[in-house]
Design a protein around this ligand. Structure first.
Ligand code: AP5
Ligand code: MG
Length: 222
């Protein structure tokens, strides 16, 4: 089982890059934010609980998040491995992930930090639009659709996320960057941290990530 963790602040480009890496690496992307949004859309108890925290720009408690992620990892498509987008976000999540992977005779192969300075994150999040059907991300300036408001890939209308409103973006950045620092420290201490310049154009970030991944022991052919 191969496990990559994509780390980054809100808006750093984790989702954009995780989607671009799925095909070349042959690994599914697992994004806890997407799992929470799907649960909220479905009106489940977990979704209702998570939405309260997401709407405030706060992390969903570990007691809810860890169980949901471990359940997702137990599904058959994850048996080859995963690209994790948005998990772990706290030291306790990182420790729970390590423990469950050890039980499977695996471990995190690498944690790749998409590094973007805080002053650029606000512009990225406030200009973001998503395909209403698949979640494919666009940006008004950096990655605009060919026709405004319409997904290039399947023609669905583009929408904005509830938590991309300016006041919630501000809260996300204020409340979540400290925890990101703890997770970065966790992987640095384990010798697994790689840092990639996230201010490059999207394709440049993908190329840098793939170069780091292919340099990992046993990943050259990926
Ligand atoms: P989540 O959905 O994970 O949101 P996030 O971490 O805040 O990150 P985003 O999805 O907003 O940004 P991204 O890094 O994916 O950037 P993107 O590629 O879209 O989580 C949402 C909420 O759920 C959290 O706030 C929390 O409440 C909860 N949650 C989730 N996981 C949790 C966990 N493990 N524990 C507890 N709570 C959890 O790109 C952003 C924009 O920039 C796009 O418009 C894109 O087109 C553009 N862009 C991308 N790359 C570039 C580039 N290189 N140059 C220019 N523009 C770019
Ligand atoms: Mg995302």
């Amino acid at each position: 089982m191969r496990v990559l963790v994509l780390l980054g602040a809100p808006g750093a480009g984790k989702g954009t890059q995780a989607q671009l890496l799925e095909t070349p690496l042959g690994l599914p992307r697992v994004a806890t934010g997407d799992l929470f949004r799907a649960a909220a859309r479905d009106g489940t108890e977990l979704g209702r609980q998570a939405k309260v925290f997401m709407d405030r720009g706060e992390l969903v408690p570990d007691s809810v998040t860890i169980g949901m992620l471990l359940e997702r990892l137990a599904q058959p498509d994850a048996s080859v491995g995963v690209i994790l987008d948005g998990f772990p976000r706290t030291r306790a999540q990182a420790q729970a992930l390590d423990a469950t992977l050890v039980e499977r005779g695996a471990g995190v192969d690498s944690a790749l930090l998409v590094d973007v300075p805080a002053d650029e994150l606000f512009a990225r999040l406030s200009g973001r639009w998503l395909c209403s059907a698949t979640g494919h991300p666009y940006h008004e300036k950096a990655a605009p659709p060919k026709v405004a408001g319409i997904c290039d890939i399947d023609g669905s209308p583009l929408i904005q996320r509830d938590d991309d409103k300016p006041e919630v973006v501000k809260a996300r950045l204020e409340k979540q960057l400290g925890a990101l620092g703890d997770v970065v420290d966790h992987y640095r201490a384990a010798g697994k941290l790689k840092v990639v310049d996230g201010t490059q154009p999207i394709a440049g970030v993908t190329a840098s990530l793939l170069a780091e991944i292919r340099a990992l022991p046993g990943w050259a052919a990926e």
